[in-house]
Design a protein around this ligand. Sequence first.
Ligand code: BF8
Length: 676
Amino acid sequence: MAEEKEKKAAPKKEKLADPIAATIDVASQQLIARAQKLGVETVFDRAETMKPCNIGSQGTCCKNCGMGPCRLPLPKSGIEGEDTRKGLCGATANTIAARNFIRMIAGGAAAHSDHGRGVAEVFLTAARKESDDYKIKDPVKLLQVAEALGVATTVEVDGETKDRDLDEVAVEVGEMAMAEWGKPDGEVLYLKRAPQALYEKWEKWGVKPRNIDREIVEIMHRTHIGVDQDYRNLMKQGVRAAIADGWGGSMLATDLQDILFGTPYPLQSEANLGVMKEDHVNLIVHGHEPILSEMIVAASQSKEMLDYAKQKGAKGIQLSGICCTANEILQRHGIPPVATFLQQELAIITGACDAMVVDIQCIMQNLANVSKCFHTKLITTHPIAKMEQDNVIHIEFDEHYAMEDAKRIVKMAIDNFENRGSEVMIPRQKATQIAGFGVESIQYHLGGTFRGDYYTLNDNIINGRIRGIAGVVGCNNARTRHNEGHIQVVKELIKNDVIVLTTGCNGIACAMEGLLTPEAAGVYCGAGLAEVCETVGIPPVLHLGSCVDNSRILLAATEVVNAGGLGNDISELPAAGSAPEWMSEKAISIGQYFVASGVYTVFGVTFPTTGAPVFQDFLFKEMEKMYGGMWDLEIDPIKHAHKMIAHIDSKRKALGIDKARERVLMDMADRQKLEA
Ligand code: BF8
């Protein structure tokens, strides 16, 4: 008996991931195997040990009050007739799933927008000259943003119109931007940047956001017990908050970052764990805000720090990035991304990471446990993002002392170089990439004869060389094989002549696979897209940056509409969106503002409303009648891509450009005929 008890009490053996089944990336496979050999647990192993909750993943678990959680799983056989499932208060499965869904939007919109607010605060500090470390780097963009925010850029002096002082414009832009989070009246100012037809749709459905914070707060209010209990009305607020993210907080973050740190233009870099160097100090920045990482880039390239590194026996300082911080400093400085979201622990498991500096979002708490097993210093820097483990160092970043803080961090990494153990294992895998695209550079590469417009892109879409445009974005998800969905979806799209705009971890995944090079066009693309890419010298997958930079996709789509010949609204374009391996609330917010901007948006892996089929139908079907875009779920990556292609083809048909045509040089009269 006692023996039996002992047997029962014996701890369950933790399951280990099969490295090859866990990821398509060979470098990651090597490091997962290494971690297992060393007894260091990673997310890949935890995904084996812990299965997701079936009811929660269906979106039908309500824990919004203390009478629950009320759990309303969808019966395996589905529901015939009336759906009688209810929580204690009577909330239906639709209400519960809709409440959970819009709370995810609130979480995502808050994350992007609070990031944007942080940038706006630093922007104002710089504009008011309260910090020497930040300067206006892109005055052209400053003037564009001033116009969009209604800030005067000229002034009348003695009856003459003169340019206004740039410093004055910058302060006013900063103040106007800050007000977007909490102004008492009006609407988010950037809504007017959308095509007129889309703006009118938002007006018609009553979803124009008033200010960014208010829409997020209102979601929390409406989803409290006993408030909004109509899934359509709940979604109205979900849409409003998502628009406040895409056309508000995220777009402001992108714009103000561009003004402060420079608008990205194409540049060459590398990607994957192989960018780390054994004989260099390896410093990794991870998270999302470029405020601190911009300073770390400058500090790590300073002579003072390089000399100090050499003095300590290193050949130099290898800076690299993880997640969207990586994308930010890649786009502007060519600093290579070392890892996607799912590879963050692996970067430490190389044994060569001397310091990892994190700010906000997508940072796994297990980094603290992994760094305990190595010499890595893990440094948190943001007041809202600390970790409870005692080996984590907190250096709170203050923009007034930005360079001082950055140097302190770089020095800490250098000082730690000599503490490395003997067992360093940096995989050899890395790939070359061309990144740094944006609205302006697409305009340059795919503009007309006189540049400055999108006519070449539109012409090539009209003549069928480019079948359509896809935005493929988003995270990794440990419930599916790392990077497999990303790469299969993107390869299938470009094979079928669909040009891909990428951001976030999809961008890093594509870079690791070598898809972000002009040479990839000849290898992976259909003949039409390959010809365009080879002629213009661009990759078939254009990296537009971090997740807040999805706002660049919205503005690029608007430029395509404005260039003419492809309808009057984003919903008329032969375009589709995708997040093949999504996992974060931010992805849900992004997906919803894509949908509300008229884009058919397909998610992979799972969808958090499958337990409420009526509500899901609203998202997947009815929403199209309102905004022209709708959600979809497709787990199989090839089918996923083909659903997008079928949608693109249906839009081509509606525009009357579905028949293959030879390229003709069009004059204005031809263009007008097309528009008619
Ligand atoms: O904001 S793609 S895993 S890193 S959430 Fe996170 Fe997802 Fe990566 Fe950037 Ni976006």
